[in-house]
Each structure stands twice: as structure tokens, then as C-alpha cells.
Ligand binder design. Sequence first.
Ligand code: SAM
Length: 236
Amino acid sequence: MGGKDLADGPLQGSGRGRGSGGKPAEKERMFRFLREASFLKTERVEKALRRVDRGFFVPAGERGFAYYDTAIPIGHGQTISAPAVVAFMLEALDVREGMCVLEVGTGSGYDCALLSVLVGASGKVVSVERVPELAALARENIASAGVSLDNIEIIVGDGSEGYAPDAPYDRIIVTAALPSLDLNHPLVAQLKKDGKLVAPVGEYVQDLVLFGKGKMQKILPVMFVPLVGKYGFGER
Ligand code: SAM
């Protein structure tokens, strides 16, 4: 989605070392695209995206593509989302310093690291991942990117049920597709009264749904991998 500007012209994998998120010109081209297409709206989110190098969160052979607007496989049939979707979700969530945020679907750890930067040392990020190997990879990636793990708790488990011990949350972000979302969903129950939740909802092609102040709004058509679990889809 939305990556026309970035897809134009030949893709040039730089193949450089760990953490090299592509050439500086590619990085700037991506930020220009994100701003011009209004996926990126605020300085806060842009600063976080600049602080956390996406190159640390993609497999070695894909590092040259870190600053292209594309999802990238990270193993175990999972992906790191495209930068436009990441920026759009973070803008919609309006994460502030000191907040307690639940992420469902840690994956590579990229969103988790961005959230950690946005909530700062006085905040907390709880991230639930069902694949133990990905939870371990995420911890490694976050440390390699030079982001402190002090305000991050990564839990292996079924995040479709949320994570009750740290509830209620100021913000909840779900990064795999939910089959449905309504006011009775356990994730909604774990949100503070004035909290916000963003999640892809549907099968195959989804709507990104923003929930807040009792209202559900469809804000973007998206494609995510399915959330597998009690309140998710069955194993495929
Ligand atoms: N946020 C991730 C990142 O920054 O790389 C991308 C997440 S990837 C699109 C979706 C993740 O959700 C996968 O790692 C997958 O294993 C995880 N997942 C799927 N069902 C889950 C569940 N019930 N609980 C926790 N994680 C789940």
C-alpha cells in the first residue's frame, strides 16, 4: 500500500553491515514520502522513527530494503510491517510520555522499540508474542538498536486475551489481524476509560480500526498476518 514513490526505480540492496538501514538518501526519500502521503504527521513520531533504525529489525539479507515502504519476512511465517503502516498506527494511537502501552504481536521488536522511545523512561511497554523464538529475537534486536529494555516487558503467550497483570492500559496496539472487535472484547476491557486501541480487523484484507471514547472508526484498509489464539483465528 501507498509505496508508489518508493517502488519507482530499481531496488538497490546495499548489503551493508548489521543495522545499516540503507543509504541516507533512501532513508530521506522514505521520510519525505511518509510526510507527503500524510502517514507521518507529527514531529514526535518522526523523531522516534529516526531514533530507531529499522535496519536492526530485518534479516541480514534484507537490510538494504529497510527504508523501502514494504513489509519484510522475519521468519516463522511472520513479517515486520511496512513503515507507512507503522507510522500511521503510531500517529493514530497518539502515544505520550509516561503512558503504559500494550502491544499484541512483538514480531521483530520494531514497534516495541518505537513505543519504548515514545513513552520514555517514565512509561512502560508490555508486548506479547506467541512465538518464543520471535520474542527472543525481538529482545536481541532492540538491544542491538541501542534502545533500552528497562521500560519494556516482552511476554510469551496468547495476546488475543490481552495481558491482565498490567491492565488497564493507556494505549493498545494489535499488530496481527483480529477476526472481530466489539465492546465486549477482552482487549477493550483492558483499556483505560479514555484510552485508545488500534487493530487490524477482518480476514485476508482488513480495516485498521481505531477505538476510543466508545467509538470504533475504520481508518485504513490494510493487510496483516492473522492473530492466532483464543480470540483470534485458528492455526492455518
Ligand atoms: N509488531 C511487529 C514488528 O514490529 O515487527 C510485527 C508483528 S507481525 C505483523 C505479527 C506478530 O503477531 C507475529 O510475530 C506473530 O507471531 C504475532 N502473533 C500472532 N498471534 C498472536 C497472539 N495470539 N499473541 C501474540 N502474538 C501473536
